[in-house]
Design a protein around this ligand. Sequence first.
Ligand code: HEC
Ligand code: HEC
Length: 293
Amino acid sequence: MAKNNKDEHKKEIDKISGVETTGHEWDGIKELNTPAPRWWLVLWLLTVIFSVGYWFLYPTWPTLTDHTKGSLNWSQYKQLKEQQADIMARKSKYLDEFKTASFEDIKADSELYAFAIAGGKAVFKDYCAACHGTGAAGVAGKYPNLNDDDWIWGGSLDDIYTTIKYGIRSEHDDTRFSDMPAFGRDELLDSSEIEKVVQYVMSMSGNAEASPEGAQIFAENCSSCHGENGKGMYELGAPNLSDAIWLYGGDKDSITETVTNSRRGVMPAWVDRLSDDTIRQLTLYIHSLGGGQ
Ligand code: HEC
Ligand code: HEC
């Protein structure tokens, strides 16, 4: 390197390091002529050669409207499409089986079942978690917990399927529907009758003393939906009142509010928004959460 140095006549050896200087000097400070090590130079040349090869094979340089394509004609988009095609192929293997299999068949085939649960879980996050929560634990006073075995409309696979497909008090013609009367607001019961029947409801889960009048009012006004002993009826979407699980609250004020104004929770129908396969996957997923019957 030093031989090429134009300032060769000024060439001198630095006394301290014993290294030749370049002859450049700034305020008495001189620059040592330390060439890059050979291995570094070789590596650098290799990267230059590599990059030239890369330019030919792969998309590299921007042009005004596009970019050079490279002789391999590779693109991220093409790679993505190939990967997606691969995923779809693997998925369709299961989906084809899934479409024709009954719930029982699916449950008997552990791979197909795992496929359904994974699919259902993913869709649940997108469409259901907004109301029921990501873990399906619901929101007290609003949206039911889907993890427990306390069902309003039934916890068999067919029940759950129907609920998801048509919704509850939804706008679909086949929706699950049931209206608890607003006993207070519509003056079907006066406030002292409401107080007595609320007392009676609380007594069913062991939280109050019941009066005979309360039992009487319940038998006449409530048992047609909630059953004689308050165990509820799936066909009417009337919850069990004799257990400790409450959607709208089991304290005196909450029950009084329910009986006075009724609640009428709405769950949308999904039949027009999700495919039948997806609804079936969701059904299996919900059923698997612990409370399936
Ligand atoms: C807009 C809020 C909302 C969304 C979104 C929603 N739900 Fe619901 N869901 C409800 C309400 C409210 C109820 C209770 C209705 C009632 O009073 O009977 C319910 C009830 C249910 C039940 C019946 C529970 C039982 O005890 O019988 C199931 C099963 C269910 N939802 C599943 C789903 C699935 C699956 C999705 C997603 C595809 C979903 N829900 C999306 C509000 C919602
Ligand atoms: C026509 C059927 C029907 C009748 C009659 C009826 N209910 Fe209900 N009840 C329901 C339904 C359906 C629900 C579910 C909540 C909702 O969406 O309105 C419900 C919910 C409730 C709840 C809330 C349960 C919870 O988990 O929070 C209470 C409490 C209740 N009913 C008490 C009564 C009492 C007391 C009477 C009689 C005075 C009565 N119901 C009469 C259908 C009925």
